[in-house]
Design a binder for this molecule. Structure first.
Ligand SMILES: [Zn+2]
Length: 435
């Protein structure tokens, strides 16, 4: 009898049952995480909490600051005009000790990385929420609160997946990295900083709030456009130049560019199912000082989507051209700043080994067909896929109203994703006894 015969590895059903026994703990953990108002610049408290969670699982924990100088020359870096003081990522690392009892042969065992972001977007007017956005509550099988779906539930899913295996007395037989990052909602520089420190694996899953396996994502740029006019009293309005009117004209011209980029004939093959895959969003606008004065300045922030394969430089040039032309026509001095997302689009090929395995594990675990589909936003998977030659995808719990009012996540879906991730660790990394 060989050594391996002495260990009986958990069945799929045993793994599922172990996950299900931890569902209440998962919900409690998610509530705690949502109660942190981890907005941009306020991510530190939750990261200290995450460090404790990882330590409780006996992971090797690295909580480290993002040093802008260490990453600003790397491909994928997005410039920022805010401070990185005190901004930290947390990495929990599991490295198995050699064991002769592994569920997979050595050549089949592969390492895995789970990544999730703890930063959340602003809540909008709090009074519009049924309850305070950072006072999570459960109703009709959903947990409500800012960040519940995007993407604290996803983080809970991979933590509980790992824990469920441990509860059965097993751990991954290959390296497993679990990391919680900051800055996903504005730059991705948190994940880039983890990569710069050498944290990577043979495959990456980011449980963003999409119950589909993600096959592609658009690129996007952020910019802030400031248009200057000439102030005047409204009784001699013709002597002034209205910066707000000017900005509205520029936006109109940018909308034409948006329509041009969305033309059916030039649609990227991964996004043909969408009638309008590339969205330009006017996210912030500021201008004017006085109702009876012709305003001298108006600034707006634009988010512009574009297809994978289009170089960033080309995207920016096109946007600049349109703004330049429009401002010239209206005799408006202008300024463009490129802070925040400068993110290329990318494709996650469905034929890849990890993508196939994730689909198989999904099918075997949940007894239904996985859906593969593209995304009209960006996620941190792009860094792994584009710059570190590592297959990556998103797959996470179903959520509603992310970035909106009364954001919520389905708790059944959280459980299903956790089941799939736990089984995926077993299928991809292999298992070995905890002791
Ligand atoms: Zn997200």
């Amino acid at each position: 009898m060989s050594d391996i015969d002495k260990v009986s590895f958990p069945t799929k059903q045993e793994i599922i049952d172990s996950v299900d026994r931890l569902q209440n703990e998962a919900i409690e953990k998610l509530k705690q995480m949502v109660s942190f108002d981890s907005l941009l610049g306020k991510e530190n408290d939750i990261q200290i909490y995450m460090e404790e969670v990882f330590k409780s699982l006996d992971l090797k924990v690295d909580r480290f600051p993002i040093i802008k100088e260490d990453i600003e020359k790397l491909p994928g870096f997005s410039p920022v005009n805010w401070s990185y003081d005190g901004k930290e990522n947390v990495v929990g690392l599991y490295e198995p000790s050699p064991s002769s009892h592994c569920s997979l042969d050595a050549e089949k065992r592969k390492s895995l990385l789970f990544n999730g972001h703890v930063d959340v977007v602003p809540t909008g007017r709090e009074g519009l929420w049924t309850q305070h956005p950072f006072s999570p509550y459960v109703k009709d099988g959903r947990l409500y609160g800012r960040g519940s779906g995007d993407m604290k539930a996803g983080i809970v899913a991979f933590i509980i997946a790992f824990k469920a295996l441990r509860e059965l007395g097993f751990v991954p037989a290959s390296k497993l990295v679990m990391q919680t990052v900051v800055e996903e909602e504005c730059t991705g520089n948190g994940t880039l900083a983890c990569l710069a420190k050498g944290y990577n694996a043979d495959a990456v899953i980011i449980p963003e709030p999409f119950f589909n396996i993600v096959t592609a994502q658009v690129g996007l740029v952020w910019c802030k456009v400031t248009v200057r006019g000439r102030p005047a009293h409204t009784l001699e309005m013709e002597t002034g130049i209205n910066a707000i009117d000017g900005a509205m004209y520029v936006v109109g011209e940018l909308r034409k560019l948006e329509e041009e980029w969305n033309k059916k004939e030039i649609c990227h093959e991964s996004f043909k199912q969408f009638p309008h895959p590339l969205n330009f969003n006017l996210g912030i606008i500021n201008g004017g000082e006085w109702t009876s004065s012709v305003p001298c300045e108006c600034a707006f922030n634009l988010r512009a989507g574009f297809f994978p394969g289009t170089p960033l430089e080309q995207v920016r040039e096109k946007v600049i051209q349109v703004i330049e032309k429009a401002c010239k026509e209206k005799s408006l001095p202008y300024n463009i700043e490129w802070n925040g997302f400068q993110a290329e689009g990318c494709v996650h090929p469905q034929e890849g080994q990890m993508m196939k395995q994730l689909g198989d594990t999904f099918r075997n675990t949940l007894n239904k067909e996985p859906v593969y589909s593209p995304l009209l936003c960006t996620t941190d998977t792009r860094f792994f896929e584009l710059y570190y030659n590592t297959p990556a995808t998103c797959f996470g719990p179903e959520a509603k109203n992310i970035h909106g009012i009364d954001e919520s996540v389905s708790l059944d879906s959280l459980r299903d994703v956790t089941r799939v991730l736990a089984c995926f660790i077993s299928d991809w990394c292999g298992l070995q006894p905890l002791h």
